[in-house]
Design a protein around this ligand. Structure first.
Ligand SMILES: C[S@@+](CC[C@H](N)C(=O)[O-])C[C@H]1O[C@@H](n2cnc3c(N)ncnc32)[C@H](O)[C@@H]1O
Length: 185
């Protein structure tokens, strides 16, 4: 499941013309650190992880294992709505399957803070589900919204970031939400 993403990342970050460095990444809404373990620590020298659920943060080091946990400099327990990335710290800010938990207002404000958190030539990467219809769909079980692509694009347009690349996840079962990846600068 992660390999197409990894390929995209490598294309963007490590292609001949890539200017983005691979020094430091931030994993947002990281859970127990799945993306950090399978992707970010394989590409970046060092990773910070931010997650709202203290239980996930607590168990992340054991899940990551000793070698990968050593690459994580900061395990941060915070909601993205109240988290400010340290200015100029990150080559990549990775935001996967968490934006549905933010209100539109918090979404826009968080991306504006992310913009400030980037190092020169840094990139914000988003991977998110896309709703089937034209309206956001609310999931009562995990209190999250799945937004239509159009709604996401309208929100992104208000963040001050520019879209570099968009890709639809291929070979995904039709009965599941479409998944899209976006890279911004
Ligand atoms: C579907 S999981 C995705 C985890 C990880 N990004 C991945 O792809 O494996 C969503 C994660 O976002 C976290 N989360 C929910 N609301 C959040 C918020 N407001 N700020 C930060 N994390 C949040 C949840 O606790 C959960 O770990």
């Amino acid at each position: 499941m992660l390999s197409p993403v990894l390929l995209t990342v490598l294309m963007i970050f490590q292609g001949e013309k890539a200017k983005t460095q691979t020094t430091k990444a931030l994993d947002c809404g990281a859970g127990i650190g799945r993306i950090t373990k399978l992707l970010l620590t394989t590409v970046f020298d060092s990773v910070d992880l931010v997650e709202q659920n203290p239980n996930f943060v607590k168990h992340a080091p054991a899940y990551l294992g000793e070698d990968k946990a050593r690459k994580v400099e900061r395990f941060i327990c915070s909601g993205l709505q109240s988290f400010t990335p340290e200015p100029g710290r990150y080559d990549v800010i990775w935001i996967q399957w968490v934006l549905g938990h933010l209100t539109d207002e918090d979404f826009i404000a968080f991306f504006k803070r992310c913009k400030e958190g980037l190092r020169p030539n840094g990139i914000v990467c988003v991977k998110e589900n896309i709703s089937f219809g034209d309206e956001p769909e609310f999931d009562e079980k995990d209190s999250s919204y799945t937004r239509p692509r159009e709604t996401l694009m309208q929100l992104f347009a208000k963040t001050g970031l520019n879209l570099l690349k968009e890709e639809k996840q291929k070979h995904f079962p039709k009965e599941l939400y479409e998944v899209r990846m976006f890279a911004f600068q």
